[in-house]
Design a protein around this ligand. Structure first.
Ligand code: NI
Length: 131
């Protein structure tokens, strides 16, 4: 094997006991091999999920007095119009607006749109819920 790296892991005893029990049932000869397999499995799972077609909602709050912010939010939504099913705008109070953006598409694209909206300065409480 190439580039093998050793590193220490801190773990609660009861969790390690459960891990040892699990890997014994799966016939692993040592913890390292079991750990490597778990990591590989997680990475593949994540890749699969990212390519998965999904639907959900991005919700966020912002101050509508900030024109640059509003323009940026609208611009981003137009840049990703094919992912967006609808946008609901709620005037929360005198200053703040809530937007609920219903989305459908590849999970990684939906996540990228949510990340872009979250990164706009002044956007608060941006959350993505995927079903
Ligand atoms: Ni509003």
């Amino acid at each position: 094997m190439s580039d093998l790296v050793r590193f220490g892991v801190s773990i609660e005893k009861h969790l390690l006991d459960q891990f040892d029990l699990l890997i014994r049932k799966k016939n692993y000869t040592n913890r390292s091999e079991a750990f490597r397999d778990m990591i590989r499995h997680e990475l593949v799972q994540k890749q699969w999920v990212e390519n998965q077609e999904t639907a959900g909602a991005i919700t966020f709050v912002f101050d509508h007095h900030r024109r640059d912010l509003l323009n940026r939010v609208i611009h981003l939504q137009h840049e990703h119009y094919s992912l967006i099913i609808s946008t609901q705008h709620v005037h929360l109070d005198h200053d703040r607006c809530l937007e609920i953006v219903a989305v459908r598409g590849a999970a990684r694209h939906v996540q990228r749109l949510a990340d872009s909206l979250k990164a706009v300065k002044g956007v608060e409480h941006c959350a993505l819920s995927i079903i």
